[in-house]
Structure formats: structure tokens, C-alpha cells
Design a protein around this ligand. Structure first.
Ligand code: SF4
Length: 395
């Protein structure tokens, strides 16, 4: 297919595809799906080989958020039966992180619900970062605390944070449909603050909120422009008790096309499959490893993932290898060009690991290339183990 040959050539040269080319990837048929995966897989292997980076989430503070992000089970007014707790102590957070690192993760993502941290919160997280770094040589730490005020990114960097995650989530045009308590511009500002402070910027999206193909293209092109080092791709988990609980719009094929499109637009960055991997890709998860070079190990912020052992088995069975702490995630030109640690994640701003939103609520906006998926509420389980509980984490 000419389109795919063109996209592979551009991906190997880090040349930006046109919007029309990116849209065409999303519009390919199921008959062409393996060709699309094979083409994007060439780009993935060129920049990242067969390595898969594992990241581990620690939810430092869960629920009770004053913001109203429609996709999020921790939002204002959420009736989802999630764990709710205030700040973990540094030692407890460090223990949770150690479980993920022992399971093969090389990055720990410290996430807290809320609009953004107070200066006291930054102190707490700084203590946690130091505790984790003292006890785990070579670990990368990413903070995800919401909107940053002036100076906070610099303080996190000084405390040892390698990266900061804050997702754009969806297009600027539809942002107001999913959240009213802050703006798309607020989110862009925080990503830029992190970047300016020398933190590796991690910013991604949530697919499946009822958006149009054009919205997905908009947000992915914006992420490329922001020069995020890592791009987490969340697939909305429609959690009961959130406004988007009925938005079951994704199929495994659709998810693969979205990941391929992200790889073509952002060829040399860490593309991470984030929330919704098990729920929406299901038995097609191994195929997605040909597109993304990074996943989360174990559980998400408020929902459970598959067993950490199953993640490791899947990677090995698919012929990939877990990236070690002695390996640099990003291609050399990105490591030397940016500050940060040379790898990167985020899981996009707080709450973005769950998914659940409805921006374009008009059914007519649903594209023909995105047939509705069947509700799979049987695959959604609220997290009841790990951080904030007395039970061992899944890692
Ligand atoms: S995504 Fe973050 S800011 Fe939005 S409701 Fe969830 S925890 Fe709050």
C-alpha cells in the first residue's frame, strides 16, 4: 500500500506525516490491519528494537478530587467504588515502588489525585522521590501531580524526579466537553513548565471518549509539537459511577489502528500503552507490542490490570524483551537533545490511567471506521490491592 510505504519512510526519517495520511491510518479496513501493524512495527523496531519498557504506577493519593474530568473515577461527584485515601507516607510509597521494580519495572510513576500540588505536597513527593532513589539504584521516577505552579517543576527536578506526566487527553476543540474545571491551555502550560525545568515531558491521550478521528489527530499532532518524550495512549475504561460509563466505543482493531497512527506521527518517542490495555485490546495485546515500546506493569490507579507475571509472559511469548536499567529508552538524538533521563512516561496526568469520558457526545460524530465495541464490564475490576491497602501489590 503506497500510504504505508510513505509512512514507513517518513517514520524512519522522523518526518511528520500529513494530517490526511494520519487520518487514513485510522480509516484502514480490518483486511489491511496486519499490513498496518507490520508497517508501524518497522518504525518501532528501527528506533526501539524489540525492547519493552515497564513502568509501575503508585497512586500516592486516591479519589476525592475537586476537578470534574468526565473519564475519571476520582472526579468530583464520582460514585465509583474506588479506594479513597490521602497521601501515602514516603516509606509506604517506596515499598509499593519496590514491588514494581522487583517485577521488572525501570520507571516508577508517582501519581496523586487533585487539581495540582501545594508547595507542601511538593515537599512530600520530594521526600518520596528521595526515599525511592536512595533504595533503588538506577530507577527512573516520574511525578504526576496535576497542574504545576511556577517553580514546582524545578523543585521536583532538584529532588531527583526524572520526568513529569500530564496528559493533554483530547483535542483542544473538545476539551471543554470532558472537563470544565480547567482548560486545555492549563494542561499545555504544565507540560511546558516540566520541559523547561529539565524534566522529561510525558504527555498522552485517552481514546474512546466519543471523539472523532480528527480529534485524535489533533491531540497527537499537538503532542508531537510539544515534543513529549513519552506518549501514553489510554483507552477509556468506562467505570460505573462516572459520566462516561456507557461509552464502549473501542474494538481491539480500532485500538491497534490508533497505536499505529501514534507511532507514525511520533516515531522516535516512547509510545506507551496505558489504561485500558486489557479491557480493550484483550487477546490482541501482544500484537500491540509491535507498535508501542512501553507498558505499565500490573495494576492501574484505581482499576486492576492483568497479573504482572502475565505481562512478562506476554512480552516473552511475543518475542520481545524487557528493557533493563542499563539500557537507554530513547534514541540517542533525543537523549542528547533534551534534559531528563532519556526514557520517559507519564500515564498522562492524574486519572488518565482509567479512562472514561465523553467529549463528542453526539452519536453522529462517531466515524464509520470506529464501530462500537461491546460493553465488557466483566473485564473492569476496581483495584483492591497494593498502595492504600494491606494487600500485596500486583507486580
Ligand atoms: S484526572 Fe486528575 S484532575 Fe481530573 S478528576 Fe481525575 S484526579 Fe482529578
Amino acid at each position: 500500500m503506497d500510504l504505508l510505504n510513505t509512512l514507513v519512510d517518513k517514520g524512519l526519517r522522523r518526518e511528520l506525516p500529513t494530517r490526511e495520511e494520519a487520518l487514513a491510518v485510522l480509516a484502514t479496513s480490518d483486511d489491511d490491519l496486519l499490513d498496518v501493524v507490520a508497517a508501524a512495527g518497522k518504525v518501532r523496531r528501527h528506533w526501539f528494537g524489540r525492547r519493552v519498557k515497564l513502568n509501575y504506577l503508585v497512586n500516592l493519593k486516591s479519589g476525592l478530587c475537586p476537578e470534574d474530568c468526565s473519564y475519571c473515577s476520582q472526579r468530583l461527584g464520582s460514585t465509583a467504588g474506588i479506594l479513597k485515601y490521602t497521601w501515602l507516607k514516603p516509606d509506604d510509597a517506596s515499598k509499593a515502588a519496590a514491588a514494581g521494580l522487583a517485577g521488572g519495572a525501570k520507571r516508577v510513576c508517582l501519581v496523586a489525585s487533585g487539581r495540582g500540588p501545594t508547595d507542601r505536597d511538593v515537599d512530600r513527593v520530594s521526600d518520596t522521590i528521595k526515599a525511592i532513589k536512595d533504595q533503588n539504584e538506577g530507577v527512573e521516577v516520574c511525578a504526576c501531580l496535576g497542574l504545576l505552579s511556577d517553580g514546582q517543576a524545578e523543585r521536583l527536578r532538584a529532588a531527583g524526579a526524572d520526568a513529569y506526566n500530564h496528559n493533554l487527553n483530547t483535542s483542544e476543540e473538545t476539551y471543554g466537553d470532558i472537563t470544565t474545571t480547567h482548560t486545555y491551555a492549563d494542561r499545555v502550560d504544565t507540560v511546558q513548565k516540566a520541559h523547561a525545568a529539565g524534566l522529561s515531558a510525558c504527555s498522552g491521550l485517552i481514546a474512546g471518549m466519543g471523539e472523532r478521528d480528527e480529534d485524535l489527530i489533533d491531540v497527537v499532532f499537538s503532542l508531537r509539537e510539544l515534543d513529549a518524550d513519552s506518549v501514553p495512549v489510554n483507552f477509556l475504561i468506562p467505570v460505573e459511577g462516572t459520566p462516561l460509563a456507557k461509552e464502549w466505543n473501542l474494538t481491539p482493531q480500532r485500538c491497534l489502528r490508533i497505536l499505529a497512527m501514534v507511532r507514525f506521527v511520533c516515531p522516535d518517542v516512547e509510545v506507551r500503552i496505558a489504561g485500558g490495555r486489557e479491557v480493550h485490546l484483550r487477546s490482541m495485546q501482544p500484537l500491540a507490542l509491535h507498535l508501542a515500546n512501553s507498558i505499565f506493569l500490573g495494576d492501574y490507579l484505581t482499576t486492576e490490570g492483568q497479573a504482572g507475571k502475565a505481562d512478562l509472559d506476554m512480552i516473552a511469548d511475543a518475542g520481545f524483551e524487557v528493557e533493563g536499567t542499563d539500557q537507554v529508552t530513547l534514541p540517542e538524538h533525543r537523549v542528547t537533545a533534551g534534559g531528563g533521563c532519556g526514557s520517559h512516561e507519564g500515564g498522562g496526568g492524574c486519572g488518565s490511567h482509567e479512562g472514561g469520558g465523553a467529549c463528542r457526545s453526539a452519536p453522529a460524530a462517531a466515524p464509520a471506521a470506529a464501530p462500537a465495541g461491546e460493553p465488557r464490564t466483566d473485564l473492569v475490576a476496581v483495584r483492591r490491592r497494593g498502595a492504600g491497602t494491606d494487600l500485596a501489590p500486583n507486580a
